[in-house]
Design a protein around this ligand. Sequence first.
Ligand SMILES: NC(=O)c1ccc[n+]([C@@H]2O[C@H](COP(=O)([O-])OP(=O)(O)OC[C@H]3O[C@@H](n4cnc5c(N)ncnc54)[C@H](OP(=O)(O)O)[C@@H]3O)[C@@H](O)[C@H]2O)c1
Length: 223
Amino acid sequence: MRIVTFGATGMVGTRLVSEASGRGHEVVAASRGNAGSGGRNAGYGGASGEAGAGAISTVAVDARDQSRVADLLRTADVAISAVRPRPGEEASVPEATRALLDAAAETQTALLLIGGAGPLISALAPATLVLDDERFVPAQWRSSAVASLVQLRVCEGHGAAWTYLSPPAVLEPGIRTGTYRRGTTTLLLDAAGRSRISAEDLAVAALDEVEHPGEARHFTVAY
Ligand SMILES: NC(=O)c1ccc[n+]([C@@H]2O[C@H](COP(=O)([O-])OP(=O)(O)OC[C@H]3O[C@@H](n4cnc5c(N)ncnc54)[C@H](OP(=O)(O)O)[C@@H]3O)[C@@H](O)[C@H]2O)c1
C-alpha cells in the first residue's frame, strides 16, 4: 500500500513510518517540520534500507491545509494521522481534524487517527471518562485529554471513512514486542492494573488495523 502519515516526525509518527516501511509499504511521511529536510528515506533509522522495506519519502504539509492534504491523499491508499499540536495550541485540534476528515471524504480515502485515551471509559469507574479520572490523567495532561475528546466528537459528526485509535493511559517510547490486546471503548489494564503500551507496539496495532480493518470506528489497544 501507499500510506500517507501525518505527524510523521513525532513520537508516534516516527514509529508508524518505520513499522509501515518495515512491512514493505510505501510511506509518505508528512509534517510541517519536514520543510527543507526533503528527500527519500530521511530520518527513520534506516528502516527503508532493510531488505523488503518500503520506500519512505518526506513532505512538508500543515494538516489544516485541506487542499494540500487532499492532493496528498489522492496519491494514497490510506492515511494515518498522529498529529499533535504543540503545547498551548490544543485549540487547533478541531480545525486540523476537520481538514483531514474533509480531505479524506473528498478523496474517499480511509483515515486512521491516533488520538488520546481521554474519551475512553475508565476501567475503574464505568460512568467516568478517562479524562475525568485522575488515576489515569493527572492534572497536567488534562488539556490534552480534553482535546482528544473534542477530536473524537469532530470525527463522530463526520461522513468520512475514519477510525479512531485511543492509546492506553501511558504511551511512550519502548521496544517492539509485536504483541498487544485490542479492546473497544473502555481503557484496558494489564494484570498489574497498569494501562500502557510502547509507541512501537502502538504502531504495530495501527498497521494491523490498516491492513485488516476491524468493524469498530473507535477502539483501543494495550498490553
Ligand atoms: N496516552 C495518550 O492518550 C497519549 C499519549 C501520547 C500521545 N498521544 C496521542 O498520540 C498522537 C501523537 O502524539 P505524539 O506524542 O507522537 O506527538 P508529538 O511527538 O508531539 O508529534 C506531533 C507530530 O504532529 C506534527 N504536527 C503538529 N501540528 C501539525 C499540523 N498542524 N500539521 C501537520 N503536522 C503537525 C508535529 O510536527 P510539526 O510540529 O513539525 O508539524 C509532529 O510530527 C496524538 O494524537 C496524541 O494526542 C496519546
